[in-house]
Design a binder for this molecule. Structure first.
Ligand code: GDP
Ligand code: MG
Length: 422
């Protein structure tokens, strides 16, 4: 037995990745990511810790060091701690729930020194739920972006008949053993750059597709630069490994030149060889996406204020204006009023990425919406309004702001030409 990747060991031991990193932190073992490898000795140590901790390891605190483990008090409350290791609660209590002055503030019992350290307040701390990752696929032309998306879609999207028509929605949801992954189905830079240029980072993870027979090309570098600028984690898919002339090793070496060091060369870049033609490696790719998403700890509150982004807008000859919206926060309902730029609309109908009619949609759901009168453009932010009046008010304000800016610009221009004349 030799070096083992952290997530591999986590899987083998039935411990979640966050937990595994906690154990490593406790041991003072350095790692870059969950895909870093660890030494055999450490592996043995971890196995021991996990074995000693038994049931409690899937949940609560782990002893800092194996030496501290025997304290029965630290191991005992496994039952209450069986749930996930509670991440820091993101939501502050609402002001109304704050202790009122003059009243006893010890609403929650303060743990005494004797009590085992609880991983998080035992009170039902409202926690923002996880959401599915949104993934974009970028890379040089002809390196196989469309083919890869098609392969994933055909193998992973349960075909749902909605009157026989499946509209192109610009995004789709893939179901994997690790949960849902949302792919933005507009391969190429345009989607990514136009959306990002408007200040909306719609993707959580970027897949950079590089053909194994062609290696790094200008648009590959561009794609990498975009992902880096957006601070979006990257996964490299080396595609077309089925070709006889495929040379994945060259791709890895070339990546190293860009200071992107694949894991197997000691870096932390995840590189997955795939074939969009045979499907080889696609399963691994999906697994790596889930893994990366897990570490990103993506969350959104379905009960919060709605926030979303336009993925694409178009006019359908029969239906009229159709807009694909990615729900980022909150939940959309048929009948809601939405404001995009200086336009608003009322959701008349909503379909999911399979073309099925839906009444509501929560975070990380791409939906196609009927109800706008103007075609919204990619990357525009979408918000909701309580009613038509509120929607008009938001727009009136925006129009005012825009006019003021235009006036200011005109004045500056006039000033400049005056200076030129003088
Ligand atoms: P895109 O421009 O990046 O979207 O690339 P496409 O998906 O359109 O693929 C370009 C060409 O490469 C097409 O002829 C595909 O059939 C072919 N192709 C894509 N993926 C693979 C693969 O994994 N193996 C092989 N042999 N050909 C592939
Ligand atoms: Mg394409």
């Amino acid at each position: 037995m030799s070096k083992v990747r952290i997530y591999t060991l986590a899987k083998e031991l039935g411990v979640d990745n966050h937990k595994m990193l906690e154990i490593l932190d406790g041991l003072g073992v350095a790692y870059k990511s969950v895909s870093s490898t660890i030494e055999e000795d450490t592996v043995e140590l971890i196995k021991q810790i996990v074995a000693e901790e038994g049931a409690s390891v899937t949940g609560g605190e782990v002893a800092e060091t194996p030496a501290a483990a025997p304290d029965p008090a630290a191991v005992a409350p496994a039952a209450e701690q069986r749930e996930k290791p509670a991440p820091v609660p993101v939501v502050e209590p609402a002001p109304s729930q704050m202790p009122i002055e003059g009243q006893p503030t010890e609403a929650e019992p303060v743990p005494t020194e004797a009590a085992p350290a609880a991983p998080a307040p035992a009170a039902p701390a409202k926690e923002i739920p996880h959401r599915a990752p949104v993934v974009t696929i970028m890379g040089h032309v002809d390196h196989g972006k469309t083919s890869l998306l098609d392969y994933i879609r055909h193998t992973r999207v349960a075909a749902k008949e909605a009157g026989g028509i499946t509209q192109h929605v610009g995004a789709f949801e893939a179901k994997t053993s690790k949960g849902k992954i949302v792919f933005i189905d507009t391969p190429g830079h345009e989607a990514f750059t136009t959306i990002r240029a408007r200040g909306a980072n719609v993707a959580d993870i970027a897949i950079i597709v590089i053909a194994a027979d062609d290696s790094l090309m200008p648009q590959t570098r561009e794609a990498i630069a975009h992902a880096q600028a957006a601070k979006v984690p990257m996964i490299v898919a080396i595609n077309k490994v089925d070709l006889p002339q495929a040379d994945p090793e060259k791709v890895k070496t070339d990546l190293t030149q860009l200071n992107l060091v694949p894991e197997e060369y000691g870096g932390d870049l995840i590189v997955v060889p795939v074939s969009a033609k045979t499907g080889e490696g696609v399963e691994d790719l999906l697994e790596y996406i889930s893994l990366t998403a897990e570490l990103e700890d993506l969350r959104a509150d379905p009960k919060g204020n709605f926030g979303g982004v336009i993925i694409e807008g178009k006019v359908d000859k029969q239906a009229g204006v159709l807009a694909t919206v990615m729900v980022q926060e909150g939940t959309l309902h048929v009948g809601d009023f939405l404001v995009v730029g200086e336009n608003y609309g009322k959701i008349k109908a909503m379909t999911d990425s399979n073309g099925g009619r839906i009444k509501e949609a929560g975070p990380s759901t791409p939906v196609q919406i009927l109800g706008f009168s103007e075609v919204p453009s990619s990357g525009e932010k979408v918000q909701s309004a309580k009613n038509e009046h509120a929607a008009r008010e938001v727009i009136a304000q925006r129009v005012d702001v825009r006019r003021d800016e235009e006036d200011a610009r005109e004045r500056r221009k006039a000033q400049r030409s005056l200076e030129d004349i003088l």
